[in-house]
Design a protein around this ligand. Sequence first.
Ligand SMILES: [Zn+2]
Length: 355
Amino acid sequence: MSRKSVNKREKIDRVTITTTTMRVKKVEKRLLKYDELPDYMKDNDFILDYYRCEWPLKDTFLSVFCWHNETLNIWTHLGGFLIFAAMAVATLMESSKGDGAISNFLRTSFIATPLMTMLTMNRNNGSRNTTQGGHHGNFSESSLLDTSAEGTELVPLWPWFVFLAGAMCCLVFSSVSHLLACHSKRLTRFFWSLDYAGISVMIVCSFYAPVYYCFYCQPLFSLFYLTSITILGILAIITLFTPSLAQPQFRAFRACLFLGMGFSGLIPSVHATALHWDHPQLLVALGYEVLMGILYATGAWFYVSRVPERWKPGFFDLAGHSHQIFHVFVVGAALTHSAAIMILLHWRQGTPTCL
Ligand SMILES: [Zn+2]
């Protein structure tokens, strides 16, 4: 074959390869229907369409800006991550400069209003809370709402940052998992383990601030509760990344581990209430924690029941399906927990010394 015809042949080959690659790429980037998915990706048979499946990593990554059935799952938790990141930055700025917009907003919206309502109720009932003096009982409206009280700087802020870090970790792990898990079978397994690990981290980190501030003057109890929940969390994460324990027959074991972690919060809550039951701040914080529990439980109900897509399969593929609703409830519950922590921190700042 002459040199010229070899070059021509190579050129034709190259064109053919490029065309084939383009055609393959086009097929790869198509959004699939549920029935076209490989078994490992079949999870919710009420979501019928708009699945990304085994796209190249770069395209999977860039699909954060495209419409498919995971777009809102990604952005609901990415939005939550940005809210908590903003709160972390605002706290850092405020702690270096003094009081600021975030703490003022939190105080008026989440602390002042319920506390004032409670104080009014107590006053009307002639409760001892507004009349009792002494170490814990001497409440005045100004001391409840004024964080510039003496000793403010003595109460450490690190447990609050531990919670913020845990929430950010959980939300960003979730977003990245929803974005990239569809790339391959291997990544699917890894990212869904990572997603659950993020939940474990958030549960453990959620304990630190309330336990630390409630048992500030009982450091042994604080150490006991925080060590216990941390060990449970580490066990949960080891379980999630142990392939043999990731089998379906251990599903009940994994569920018990999460439930155990969540419900173990009841013990320090009851203990703290018994210790500080005459403090209205504690009761308002407890109210927020109960609300948090209700929000998590409602979110979990949507997650398990797969409502509303089970009522109209295919209709909620892009927006409004149960997992997106679950995500919104998770962010709401975490924000409610933030309000509870703010109340406890504020209360502890008012009584930084232990008798
Ligand atoms: Zn999710």
